[in-house]
Design a protein around this ligand. Structure first.
Ligand code: PMP
Length: 435
């Protein structure tokens, strides 16, 4: 039913006390967002009492969906014991040991409260370690809300020269921020080498999401990542992986799948078991910039709720449940949905493709090969199709991100995947008829 009267009413109330009724840009949809009241397994209920398959999963964070018993038990116990203290707790050591044990490139880790902070600390650690100001990033890649990480996020076609320009995402971004972020096209070894040849001595690190969501959700090539490591290291710079999303691709994250060892890795989302979290991890020699045991560290970092034991224990429960079998199950569901969606697009003669890996997929309505941010930049027609696709799925009981992203969860079964695919097929038929 294209009818959400309670959500509409809640939004009117919200508009009076929050700008545009909104406290999180990413969850706004036009004309109003769907308010959610509860979740169970792979479904959520909206304020009008309707249940949906949830393929957003809080923008990929809820890999076990909702109310997973182990997470509920751990958190309930900790609520009784106290939720945050002015001192460390044993739980942070446990989660640190687990994560460091899973990722060969991570010798040490440090927690924070969001992926934004994880990325920010990784960038600042690269600067502190190298004593250099600049970073290199990929055109159109999203890394959270730190000024430097936001550069070129929505670079418009007018700025598309041979080399990407450093464009501001938010009005009022200081020119100094733009000067210190060098932007390169995705999967382009020659362009990366050219930037390092010109600016190598001032570059602290190169920031890369191995499967950048907003830049198309296609994987970085292994030879590109290898060339990136070689080029950066030759210039004395570091490689920073943003695995805030891609850590859900496998037991050792994307870096495990690709067999690459970055110097630093930013984490977030799934490692907090549904609670606010971020982290930076990496080689011990680099992570030493945070070490306070020999006086003021090169890079001091605090945070009132950092490593709070609720997040730590929820994260531990979530990570323990993410066994190799759980990843195999997620991969199976992802394959069913990607293959089925691509078959439907082909059958209907709709331009577009369904891309991604493991539990993540994305539907693009752009024609032509999907290679980078520019290749998936939606024109008017593609935007209208994305909107119709999102709305059609909503009306068929499936929540997806408004820009075409889907994230699956472990409680989903093959039967659920079949039902989600049927909704996708029906919706694509409508989109094709309207085309
Ligand atoms: N990096 C990536 C790749 C992300 O997708 C996100 C959030 N969607 C972030 C960083 C920022 O994480 P957070 O929203 O927890 O600040």
């Amino acid at each position: 039913p294209d009818s959400f009267p309670t959500s509409a009413r809640l939004f009117e109330r919200a508009r009076k006390v929050m700008p545009g009724g909104n406290t999180r840009t990413t969850v706004f949809i036009d004309p109003f967002p769907i308010y959610v009241t509860e979740g169970e397994g792979c479904r959520v209920k909206d304020a009008d009492g309707q249940w949906f398959y949830d393929c957003i999963n809080n923008f990929t964070a809820m890999i076990h969906g909702y109310a997973q018993p182990e997470q509920v038990a751990a958190v309930t116990d900790q609520l009784r014991l106290g939720t945050a203290f002015g001192g460390p707790t044993p739980s942070e050591i446990e989660l640190a040991e687990l994560l460091v044990g899973r990722l060969p490139a991570m010798e040490q880790i440090r927690f924070a409260n969001s992926g934004t902070e994880g990325v920010m600390m990784a960038i600042k650690a690269a600067r502190a370690y190298t004593g250099r100001p600049r970073i290199v990033k990929i055109e159109g890649a999203y890394h959270g809300s730190y000024d430097f990480a936001e550069v070129s996020l929505d670079s418009a076609p007018g700025n598309w020269g041979d080399m990407p320009a450093s464009t501001a995402y938010a009005r009022g971004t200081p020119q100094g921020v733009l000067d210190d972020v060098l932007v390169v096209p995705f999967n382009d070894i020659a362009a990366l080498r050219a930037v390092f040849a010109q600016h190598g001595a001032t570059i602290a690190g190169v920031l890369i999401d191995p499967m950048p969501n907003r830049a198309g959700l296609i994987p970085a090539r292994k030879d590109y990542l290898e060339a990136m490591a070689e080029t950066a290291h030759a210039a004395g710079a570091l490689v920073i992986f943003d695995e805030v999303i891609s850590f859900r691709l496998g037991h050792s994250g994307a870096q495990g799948l690709w067999g690459i060892r970055p110097d630093l890795t930013a984490l977030g989302k799934i490692i907090g078991g549904g609670f606010p979290v971020g982290a930076v991890a990496g080689r011990a020699e680099v992570m030493a910039v945070f070490d306070p045991t020999r006086g003021k560290p090169a890079l001091p970092h605090g945070g009132t709720f950092t490593a709070n034991p609720v997040t730590m224990r929820a994260g531990l429960a979530a990570m323990h449940a993410l066994t190799p079998e759980a990843f195999a199950h997620l991969d199976d569901l992802g394959t069913i949905l990607r293959d089925g969606t691509n078959a439907a697009l082909a059958r209907l003669g709709l331009p577009g493709a369904c891309v991604g890996l493991g539990s993540l997929f994305k539907v693009h309505f752009t024609a032509g090969p999907i290679t980078d941010y520019r290749s998936v930049y939606p024109g008017k027609v593609e935007k209208a199709r994305l909107e119709a696709f999102h709305r059609g799925l909503l009306n068929r009981g499936v929540l997806s991100a408004s820009y075409g992203l889907f994230a699956l969860s472990t409680p989903m079964t093959r039967v659920d995947a079949g039902k989600i695919l049927a909704a996708i097929e029906d919706t694509l038929s409508d989109v094709a008829r309207a085309a």
